[in-house]
Design a protein. Structure first.
Length: 253
């Protein structure tokens, strides 16, 4: 069927019903979630299938599953409602630029900078709210692709494709090694990398850019990777590693 005919027949209400039914897994549960009758749900799905000329759902006694055609429509339909939500926010922002919501993500490393930025913006625009999701870069990339956040602040990674993402360097945050004040090495004026090999470390995982940099630095100098007693994404946990492990540790910050 020509696309213009589908566009004339397609109703957003029917599309929303399809999404609700697939999410719920059955016509009855979808109807309950939308607070409408099951016959109305069945009619909306039938009208959609008639408009497209294909079966969108496979029915069984156990519920419904989207067909290949249904999955394609659901994917695009989700994007349609996402765009509508953004449109509503855009209109609201244009009507009043001093209010609204910003959904963003940040890694542990960027939490301080993001917190400072939020504080500054909030002082200037107190009616703006922030939904901040804290996670590793891989999770935040998925959140951004899924349109669950507008942006995220984290460590710049080579895996960020320029075709998929627009990136800007906000600041250069060098990596430093931190030791307890009572650590024997803390009293030394000069320390070589080799002096740190046999020390206990709290590091980000090897899959994290910071953790990878540290391990590569040792290996490129022909040194063994140091003994890692705590491996975690959490900056807070790494900073408390001596307490957690009962040992004095070098912490990467």
């Amino acid at each position: 069927m020509p696309s213009d005919q589908v566009e004339r027949r397609l109703k957003l209400r029917e599309l929303r019903i399809l999404l609700a039914v697939v999410k719920a897994g059955s016509m009855a549960k979808g109807a309950a979630a939308l607070s409408i009758s099951q016959p109305n749900v069945s009619k909306a799905i039938a009208d959609l299938e008639h408009a497209f000329g294909v079966r969108l759902l496979d029915r069984s006694p156990h519920g419904v599953e989207p067909t290949t055609y249904g999955l394609a429509l659901i994917k695009r339909g989700t994007a349609v409602f996402d765009e509508l939500r953004y449109a509503v926010k855009d209109v609201a922002f244009l009507a009043d630029p001093t209010s609204g919501e910003l959904r963003l993500g940040c890694s542990d490393f960027a939490a301080g900078a993001v917190g400072a930025a939020i504080d500054r913006i909030s002082r200037q625009y107190p009616r703006i709210t922030f939904d901040v999701r804290s996670a590793d870069a891989a999770t935040l990339r998925g959140e951004l692709r899924g349109r669950n956040i507008e942006l995220f602040v984290g460590i710049l990674e080579t895996s960020l494709s320029q075709e998929d993402f627009d990136t800007d360097i906000l600041y250069d945050d060098p990596l430093v090694v931190v030791a307890d004040a009572q650590h024997p090495l803390a009293r030394r004026r000069s320390i070589a990398l080799a002096d740190l090999v046999n020390e206990a470390w709290a590091l980000p995982p090897a899959t994290n850019p910071a953790g990878s940099y540290v391990r590569d630095a040792f290996q490129k100098n022909g040194l063994a990777v140091p003994n890692t007693i705590v491996s975690t994404y959490s900056t807070i946990l790494r900073h408390n590693a001596p307490t957690c492990s009962g040992r004095s540790a070098n912490v990467l910050s």
